[in-house]
Each structure stands twice: as C-alpha cells, then as structure tokens.
Design a protein around this ligand. Structure first.
Ligand code: BJ8
Length: 424
C-alpha cells in the first residue's frame, strides 16, 4: 500500500488505533481468505480492493470530493443508490463488523445493544473509519428500535446525519409513505450536491445499479452447481465489497469472476468435492470483517451456497423497471423495487420465510443456519416461525445467536460440526 498517512491524518483518524484496526483486518483476511485452496484467480481483484480498502478507495473518494462530488454514507439497503448516483454522488456502506472502542460505546449505549450498532459507534468514537469521515451526508433510517433510537445519539457525534423514515408494514399507505420519503431524500440530495435529478440522470443511475445487481444475481445462480465453484466466504466478500467499490468497475469484476466460474462448472471443478454438505445462511447482515460464522462453517467440512441477508440476496435481488421514461414513473419503479425487501422489521413478514424456502431449493442447500446478532429482536424473534416453517418442510435448520467477539468460536464450532454431521 502507498503511504496514505497524511490523508488519514487529514481525515482526523487516530493513527495508533487505525494502525491497530488495519492489523486486525489484515490478519483476519489472511486467515479467512488467503488460506483457502482453489480460489478463482479472478478473486485477485477483490484481494486487491481489500488490501486498499482504507487506501486507494479512500483516495478515490477524496479525489472525487475535490472535484465537487459528494459522498453519501448509508446503513441500510433501503437507501436507494440510484438516487445518489443520479445526483452525481457516491454511495458507501458504513455498517461495520468488528468491536471497537467498546468502553466509549458503552458510555453512550446500553450494553445489550446489537453488535452492528455498537460497531458503527465504535468506529466513529475510536476515529478509525475513513469512510464515515469522508462523508458529506450520513443516512440513518427508522428500521429496528435499536438503530432508530441510536441515531438520536449518533447525531451528536455525526452532525451530517439525515434520518429517513421507513414503513413497517406492506400496505398501500406504507408504499405511499416510502415514496414520500424517497422524494424527500431526492430533494435533500439535490440540495447537498447542487444537481437537479431529471429522468435521464435517474435512468442512468438505475441502469448502473441494475447492472450491479444482475452481476450479483449471476454469481448467486452459479453457486447452485455441485461441486460449488466458489466458496461462500469469497461470495460473501464480493457482496460486502458491493457496498463501497465503484459500481461500474465492481460489476465488470463480478462478471469476470462469473466467467471463470462458468468454465469451472463446465469442467466439473470447484472449491469442495461434489456432495459436500451445502449450507444456506439466513439472518442479520454480515459486514466486513464479520467472517466468523462463514469461516467456521467452511472449515467444518461444509460449503455456504447462499446468503439470505441484506449483504447478500435479500439486499440485492430484484431490479428496477427500466422501461419507464418519465421522472415520476422512475421514482415509482424504484419504490416498487425497494418495497419488496423483506427485512425482519416488517410485520407480518411471511415473504422472507417463503424466500428462504425457495433459496433452499434453488441452491440445493442441505440445511439452513439462521444467524441473529445478540439483542437483535427482529431477527431473533423471526427465527422461531422460520424454524417451524422449515421443519414442517423437512428442511434442517439450526438457530445461532452470536456477536462480533471470538469468545464463542469453540462452542459454535462444536454445534455446527454436529449440524453438518446430521445433514450429511
Ligand atoms: S433492511 S436487515 S440493512 S435494517 S442487526 S441494527 S436489525 S438490531 S441491520 Fe438491516 Fe436495513 Fe433491515 Fe437490511 Fe437492528 Fe438487528 Fe442490529 Fe440490524
């Protein structure tokens, strides 16, 4: 990596704490990714992106800012990247997957807050996240109670926070509410960027994001092959990188991986032997560097073949209808696409359970591991009807609650090994 010390200092990072974080990230990456066998060669792009995650990509953002573009940080897949691109902005995901500055965080938040929320507070308070420091606007949203209330406190340390109100039910009034909120967001983006979003700009934004989602869907579909042509860890990594890489370059790189996987499939080659137990993960999003569970699963003799998660298929499936031409029609098309996201904060939310069942069939999974972060009520509570439904369909499922610490690794390993033995 080049020397970015000055850039990090200009962003106000704490150099000692930041070095420590990069060290942890580098070691974890080595253990989880670089130690794998038979990785597709085209994963080299993603290894490079990860090695430059706080370097070159941040420099690109700073260069774009110097040219007048604005950086918009998000915590939820309900924030439409299409609108951000239409305003000539750059969208970056800010969810974090590691504990940091825990003592400072627990001065502000109750101890029994989910690890994802604590983590973005910790990255901010510990001054170790160049992404959040590079933002011109951070978008929070009223999804779970934890996030909704935490943003009231987060605003004190991140004054450029904007909060989007999101519905909790799927009826016509709620759809209208989502449209109103997307129009309010459009106005806010126009104010910040000085760019008026017209139909042409929005259509271009939609096409870029649709292409990204099509590439991710192509990748997901290829994982139905047995032997699996790519590990679940690498596929998850690609889905994680989707949140901060340049979308056009990212799409090209994913399609290159897919080309290579198609060759592997025609040669009946893969990362695990044919017949290796196949696991579908379902639940809370896994942000970088939260690779604990995938790493345990794939070092216990199974392969992950899909993620029903916002960093995965729930967040990326469905594309926006591009056939409309006028601005209002395009906004409606965006609302229609996003309104299908079946996050556990919705009630009722049977669609998610049905989607997991259909993913099991599509990717020929042998079992489901339902993953909830501790203290995440929406996903923990929804894991119960999920278990009942899948068991009634004779689909093996195990429920796991964990956090970002490594303390329960041994215990999880034992439970997962038993589950894999059972589904073999
Ligand atoms: S659309 S899943 S990205 S809200 S893990 S903070 S739910 S207590 S992240 Fe999410 Fe949008 Fe939904 Fe997706 Fe709360 Fe649970 Fe914590 Fe969570």
């Amino acid at each position: 990596m080049s020397d970015y010390t000055q850039m990090w200092a200009d962003l106000g990072l704490d150099s000692e704490a930041h070095d420590a974080l990069l060290n942890v990230l580098g070691n974890a990456y080595q253990d989880v990714f670089l130690s794998q066998n038979d990785r597709p060669e085209t994963m080299g792009y993603f290894d490079f992106v990860m090695s430059e995650v706080h370097g070159l990509r941040i420099k690109e953002l700073m260069d774009a800012k110097a040219q007048g573009r604005k950086v918009i940080g998000t915590f939820c897949v309900f924030v439409p990247e299409e609108l951000v691109l239409a305003a000539d902005g750059i969208c970056v995901g800010l969810c974090a997957g590691a504990d940091f500055a825990a003592d400072q965080v627990e001065n502000l938040l109750p101890r029994n807050t989910c690890a994802l929320i604590k983590s973005f507070f910790g990255f901010k308070l510990g001054k170790v996240c160049p992404y959040v420091e590079a933002t011109d606007m951070v978008v929070g949203e009223t999804t779970c109670d934890g996030k909704k209330k935490a943003y009231e406190i987060f605003r004190e340390i991140q004054p450029n926070l904007y909060v989007m109100e999101l519905p909790q039910m799927k009826n016509s009034q709620d759809r209208e509410m989502l449209k109103t909120e997307y129009l309010r967001f459009k106005t806010e983006l126009e104010k910040i960027t000085g760019v008026t979003i017209d139909a042409d700009r929005l259509k271009k934004g939609i096409q870029i994001v649709n292409n990204k989602r099509k590439a991710l869907h192509r990748l997901a579909t290829l994982r139905a092959a047995d032997p699996a042509p790519i590990s679940g860890r690498d596929a998850l990594l690609i889905n994680q990188v989707a949140f901060y890489d340049d979308p056009v370059r990212f799409t090209e790189s994913v399609n290159k991986v897919c080309d290579e996987l198609e060759t592997r499939i025609s040669n009946v080659a893969g990362v695990a032997q044919k017949g290796t137990p196949r696991i579908l993960i379902s639940g809370c999003p896994m942000a970088v560097p939260n690779w604990k569970l995938p790493n345990i699963i794939e070092t216990c003799g199974a392969v992950m073949v899909g993620e029903e998660s916002c960093i995965g298929e729930r967040g990326q499936r469905n594309i926006v209808d591009e056939s409309v031409t006028d601005l209002d029609g395009l906004i409606d098309a965006i609302v229609d696409r996003y309104f299908q996201i079946d996050c556990a904060v919705f009630t009722p939310n049977k669609d998610r359970i049905d989607h997991v069942e259909s993913m099991v069939k599509e990717y020929e999974a042998d079992g489901v591991i339902h993953y909830s972060l501790q203290f995440c009520s929406p996903y923990m509570i929804e894991s119960h009807p999920m278990e009942q439904h899948l068991k009634a369909k004779n689909i093996p499922i195990m429920r796991i609650e964990t956090d970002y610490s490594q303390e329960d690794t041994g215990q999880l390993k034992t439970r997962i090994e038993t589950f894999i033995e059972m589904i073999k």
